[in-house]
Design a protein around this ligand. Structure first.
Ligand SMILES: [Zn+2]
Length: 250
């Protein structure tokens, strides 16, 4: 999906009249000035279709759910999940496309010297999210819980497009220092190549509603991840001109 840089350089054309000149006619010295053709436009930026996939349908690789955009239906469950064939702590269920992509990504991380990775957590059902959130509410109250975990129906983990990943052997699991591990650094630089984005980047809590989570990757496909990488737009909300979602509406 890399953009093709078409740099056409015309070869220098030197025209000599010597070969066809009759012997008795004085030959004009061949011109030494090469003929340079003007170069065509070096880089053509292709149109990016922001409507290629739905951002509302939870089946879509572009579905955007945040604190202002609950899944519809709220108790949505993906129809076609598979187990990603990677190291993991729990059964790593994901949508098939995302599972295949994360398998490739982990293999590349290892091959490129970043080390081994694992999945901490991927699909969580509506009911699981109800329980996770309630546990936080019990510990921290509503407000504290909202800062730690999504309410049921609002979590990307419910879509099957998302995973929390970590280093193996475990280091800085589900903590921000994961971003400083070789695996975390590699992930930040390379996740886009495999169709993933770091969904909750540093300094974007006012937009995404979540603190920096260098471990939380979201599959969106390489068409979009490459465009976001190239344009330097870090969040789905900003890319699709959605309102920032720092908090729930109520
Ligand atoms: Zn997560």
């Amino acid at each position: 999906m890399r953009r093709v840089v078409a740099a056409l350089v015309a070869g220098a054309v030197v025209v000599s009249l010597a070969a066809c000149a009759p012997e008795r006619v004085p030959v004009a010295p061949a011109t030494t000035a090469p003929v340079i053709l003007p170069s065509p436009i070096a880089k053509v930026k292709s149109f990016f279709d922001k409507h290629k996939y739905s951002i509302d349908d939870p089946l879509s690789i572009w579905v955007i759910n945040d604190k202002l955009r609950p899944l519809n239906p709220i108790n949505y469950a993906p129809p076609d999940m598979v187990q990603a064939k990677v190291r993991s702590i729990f059964t790593p269920l994901m949508r098939p496309e995302a599972a295949a992509a994360i398998e490739k990504m982990f293999a590349a991380a290892k091959a490129e010297g970043a080390g081994e990775m694992l999945i901490q957590n991927s699909y969580r059902s509506y009911q699981t999210q109800v329980n996770v959130h309630q546990n936080w509410v019990n510990q921290l109250g509503e407000k504290g819980a909202d800062a730690q975990s999504a309410r049921a129906g609002y979590s990307e983990h419910q879509t099957g497009w998302t995973a929390d990943v970590g280093a193996y052997p475990a280091k800085c699991s589900i903590t921000q220092c994961f971003g400083d591990t070789p695996q975390g650094k590699w992930l930040a630089a390379n996740a886009w190549r495999f169709g993933f984005v770091i969904r909750y980047p540093e300094g974007k809590q006012d937009v995404t509603g979540y603190i920096y989570e260098p471990w939380h990757v979201r599959y969106v496909g390489t068409y979009l991840s490459t465009e976001m990488h190239e344009t330097g737009i870090l969040t789905l909300e900003e890319f699709f001109d959605l309102p920032p979602a720092p908090d729930y509406a109520n």
